[in-house]
Design a protein around this ligand. Structure first.
Ligand code: UT7
Length: 327
């Protein structure tokens, strides 16, 4: 089996910024409450004419440029998203068309905020077996369109954005994606979901009025689940790959809530300074979060050759995972 490496990264956030004070002007909340509970100060909101594939396109072009790859050379395009441009066809098909990735087959991955890890896992299997030579993996979300702006408990969290990665066979042994372990638990599906608009509860005037097509979340339960699940996932992956936690130089985590990340890292004993944090600027961008954070750290030159990176994410499903990358 071939080893798989990330050879290019890119990211994009829309230009419009929504501050905590902007939110406080429209609902009963405050900058102090939001920052204290989540670490968020601002989030970016897409323009009305932008769709998820537009955000994905901007991030992908950057990643392709870094990878020195033409879109026409791509063999596979994956988009992790809960906010595709339309119900069908997949966002990845729209993206591949916009890129001119004529050789690539394209499909979406649905694992909510953990989607980019699930997509990375699928992509790496295709490359490892030799089925394809490269994959564009994108996490892209336009969460402002599915946010229930009447719910102060969840609407303060979300932002729009995209992150992209180009995956290809590793050129040197020992470098690249060392491991990726994924988990799902559908018994917790109701603590974070969009209940309407699917086959269970099709859209009706009543369900629209009840905001069933928007995110519904029991935040406290998600928080507790996330900490327990990710602590277990990290401890297992490190143990099974005969590594020690002290060898990890960087933590690239889904930016759901900075308090969740603090709690996880404190429990497993990784210094918080090793985590790359951008949630104060972008909020929770779901599947975009991990590749966006990876791209920022990469472009800032913070990731050195052979550094060990821990990646982790959790979201609706619940779906979650942890991975190890030798940069
Ligand atoms: O990618 C995965 C997606 N989701 C998550 O990761 C979410 C995980 N959960 C969280 O981040 C936190 O649970 C939240 C930040 C969403 C909420 O924080 P919390 O400390 O769990 O607050 P809570 O829901 O337990 O509410 C505490 C109080 C309540 O008031 P009472 O009942 O104690 O009087 C809420 O009504 O805070 C109130 N509250 C707010 N107050 C001001 C809830 N939202 C707000 C708000 N501003 N925006």
């Amino acid at each position: 089996m071939r080893q798989v490496q990330i050879i290019g990264t890119g990211s994009y956030v829309p230009s419009k910024v929504l501050t905590n004070d902007d939110l406080a002007a429209r609902m009963n909340t405050s900058d102090a409450w939001i920052f204290e509970r989540t670490g968020i100060r601002t989030r970016h909101i897409a323009a009305p004419e932008e769709a998820t594939s537009d955000l994905a396109l901007a991030a992908s072009l950057q990643a392709l440029r870094m990878a020195k790859l033409e879109a026409g050379e791509l063999e596979m395009v994956l988009v992790a998203t809960v906010t595709p441009d339309m119900q069908t066809p997949a966002c990845a098909v729209h993206l591949a068309h916009k890129l001119g990735a004529k050789k690539a087959f394209a499909f979406d991955i649905g694992a909510a905020c953990a989607g980019s890890l699930f997509a990375m896992s699928v992509a790496s299997q295709y490359i490892a077996t030799g089925a394809v030579k490269n994959v564009l993996v994108v996490g892209a979300e336009l969460l402002s369109r599915i946010t229930n702006w009447e719910d102060r408990g969840s609407s303060i969290l979300f932002g729009d954005g995209a992150g992209a990665m180009v995956l290809a066979p590793a050129e040197e042994p020992g470098r690249g994606l060392l491991a990726l372990q994924l988990y799902s638990d559908g018994s917790a599906a109701d603590i974070l979901c969009i209940p309407g608009g699917g086959s269970r509860t099709p859209l009706t005037p009543e369900s629209l009025a009840a905001q069933h097509h928007k995110v519904s979340m029991r935040g406290r339960e998600v928080y507790k689940f996330a900490v327990t699940a990710l602590v277990h996932a990290i401890e297992r992956i490190v143990r099974e790959h005969n590594l020690s936690l002290s060898e990890i130089q960087h933590v690239i985590a889904h930016q759901a809530n900075v308090r969740i990340l603090e709690a996880i890292l404190e429990r497993i004993g990784i210094p918080f300074e090793k985590a790359h944090i951008n949630i104060s600027r972008y909020g929770n961008t779901s599947s975009a979060s991990v590749p966006l954070t990876l791209d920022e750290a990469n472009r800032a030159g913070k990731l050195k050759r052979e550094d060990l990176i821990l990646v982790m994410a959790i979201g609706a499903g619940m779906s979650w995972g942890a991975g190890l990358i030798r940069w």
